[in-house]
Write a protein that binds this ligand. Sequence first.
Ligand code: C2E
Ligand code: CA
Ligand code: CA
Length: 637
Amino acid sequence: MTPTAYGPLQHDKLIGAHGRGLLWLLLAVMSLIVGAVLGLTLSDTTHVALALLLALCGLLSSVLLVPQALRSLRALDLMMSGAHDGLFEWNPRSKRLKVSQRLLAILGYTEDFLTSSDAWLEIVHPDDREKYNRSVSRHLKGETDHFYCEYRVRGSDGRYRWLAARGLAIRNRRGVGTLMAGSVSDITARVEHEERVRELALNDQLTGLPNRRSLMERLPAVLAEARRSGEMVAVIFIDLDRFKHVNDSYGHLFGDLLLVEIARRLPVVLRAYDTLIRQGGDELTVLLSGLSDRQEACHVGQRLLELINQPLDIEGKTLRISASVGIALFPEDGTDSDTLLRSADLAMYSAKAAGGNRLSFFESRMREQIDHRVALENRLQSAIERGDLLLHFQPQRRFADGSLCGAEALVRWQDGDRLVRPDQFIPLAEEIGLIEPLGRLVMDKALAQFAEWREHLPPDFVMSINLSPRQFQLGDVQAALIDCCRRHGVPHEHVGLEVTESVLLHPETGAIRTLNSLHASGFRIALDDFGTGYSSLSYLQLLDIDCLKIDKSFVGNLDLGLTARGARNGAAIVSAMIALAHRLGYEVVAEGVESGDQHEWLKMVGCDHCQGYFFHPPLSAHDFEQRLLATMMSSTA
Ligand code: C2E
Ligand code: CA
Ligand code: CA
């Protein structure tokens, strides 16, 4: 509703017409009286004629103007009741209020009890009264061009409706409003919609918890309050451990259900004024305010961990999950939101790095550690980009006659003057998505080296490389391998691919299909570290493999001189593994063979290939050439 439909402009005219009509009527009556009196007393025809003329004019104009004014007033009433918006007219001095039927209808009232502004104020929401009064008085004083206010008014059903009131005042010479009129529209639907939009923007759709944006709005206020009260605030970061694996194994929908369940569980340890927030993904944050010491935060953190650890029943599956929890305290670990959140994140990160399923408080040394890690990540990335990784090759020999049958390519990172072992950077590369380019680099270097040495190696020599499960997710391993073999002229049959059982645990990565397809195109597939993972025979059936690599931990346990039960059992397990593998048609490689005794025993139980320090440690390309190729070359010469 705009002021043109019913505004003081029209109102002015109506009042004017009405007033003028009445004035003329008054003048006519007065001139009649004056004329009559003059005619009677003076008998002066000129004066009588003048008075009669005046009276005639007055009568004429009032006859013309009064009906016009009455029509206008009726039109005003019609407008007031017919308009879509409610209308009002208010006299600030007398407080008299006139509202249209429509305004009453908006609020659901049938009876017009809103005859004064006091009655109106009664039904204005208590929280909005001050705002409403302020806008009215500012407009009356002439401080605003228009009166406009959005506020809540109680309807007949007791519920508040949002109204937008607009109006204009008529002013006296001093500029003070003496009459105000305007319209009122019902904006409840719009305000509710806006509130919903805001709610959506501040809440996570999946769990219904406040989201990161909400945290960023809330935290500064919580800190300001803590600054005033001198109390402690804790920011607790919770990151579920291995949540990605849950998603990968059971699908995202399952992961979502898990998050919903966790979000439902945690609030039991929180007080009414604590907040649980979903930052995104599997990260949750808890804000604890009004703490007196860190022990309280520690207690809540522990309870959160326990709750997360409780078994979860989702879609008929029961599983357990753990989390890494980091706690940062205001004011000691940060006095502003950003620093505090970063500190909590670092503490969480440190809990994760220590193996997860634990709680850790922020410590200043964590900042140095994270700087160190970021620097490490950057250096690793540039090393991969520059191709600055090198390979060592660990030969494999047959137990039967000690002849050379293959080698495993093991990656090393020359980081400055330090030669870094893969255990220290492969997990990092996997985590930050560098494993794919790293894997390609290893493939390329290993096959290039093999192609160079091949003529000096036994004809059935197999060069093996390790493939990480993540590589199957991130890139087309099959295409990369086939292309690599083509470029270096290496037949697929001479390339061994070592994968661990974890590959089998993630069917959705397509790794099994890819590996079976690679096997069909001639590559040799070896199951690495056998015995340390699930060692499930049913899994073995899923994958077309050629070779089982018994993990070095089993081989190391073969203390063959001993009669101790443990050693006997270890030996029994290894011989059973070998027998089983042979029954299934696989060859067996024993890894980490260090001693003559181990070698003898493994040979005796029929193990096929031997890899370990007993024969050779992993050798640099140069050493490999010196120790193996030189003798081969001389023997072939
Ligand atoms: P792995 O595949 O089980 O490799 C065998 C590891 O055992 C190698 O450690 C090797 O140096 C060590 N080793 C060999 N013989 C003996 C022995 O007689 N005794 C003992 N105690 N250890 C022995 P390395 O080179 O540190 O590699 C560690 C792991 O890093 C590898 O374990 C493999 O899982 C991973 N890795 C190595 N290169 C690559 C790669 O190119 N790509 C991927 N994805 N992973 C790799
Ligand atoms: Ca391996
Ligand atoms: Ca291994």
